[in-house]
Design a protein around this ligand. Structure first.
Ligand code: 4NP
Length: 160
């Protein structure tokens, strides 16, 4: 059976998209769907290539029982647009950059991640990099709600 492939994308791939990857993977595991859904994350920049997630993101995730320590940053590559069914942008700048670099015809795979949690009424998972601890808490909360909505959408559209 074909696996649904999900890629989370932010700017650096050390804060928001690794959090999304870790939270979504934990949800998918909880639901017993690990063999049905493939998950990865990447950055629109390669500024932090091969670095582990930011320690502040790791600490926030650990508070919720989610381990990000095995992840390493990578940049989005052209093949990602063919490979992944859901390419989820963390903010509108990431969305714009993905749409700009996407091969023609593949745009339908690109999503605004928070659109899966319309009840939050936010468009962006705000970039926490230059802010304080609270920014990382906020990222986690928005990511958690969006990840739940994304999994519900995938189950509804592909796994029934
Ligand atoms: P991320 O956060 O896009 O959520 O990984 C950032 C990480 C690094 C930088 C900016 C945002 N930076 O400027 O290096």
């Amino acid at each position: 059976m074909q696996r649904i492939k999900v890629l989370f994308v932010c700017l650096g791939n050390i804060c928001r998209s690794p959090t999304a990857e870790g939270v979504f993977r934990a949800l998918v595991e909880e639901q017993g769907l690990s063999d049905r859904i493939e998950i990865d994350s990447a950055g629109t920049s390669g500024w932090h290539e091969n670095e582990p997630p930011d320690s502040r993101s790791q600490e926030e995730a650990v508070r919720h029982g989610v381990d990000l320590s095995g992840q390493r940053s990578r940049a989005v590559v052209p093949g990602d647009f063919q490979r992944f069914d859901y390419i989820c942008a963390m903010d509108s700048a990431n969305l714009k950059e993905l749409k700009r670099t996407c091969p023609r015809g593949q745009e339908k795979r690109i999503y605004c991640f928070t659109a899966f949690a319309p009840e939050l009424k936010v468009q962006d998972v705000p970039d926490p990099y230059y802010g304080g601890e609270r920014g990382f808490e906020r990222v986690y909360d928005i990511v958690e709600a969006s990840a739940q909505g994304l999994l519900a959408a995938i189950e509804r559209d592909h796994l029934r």
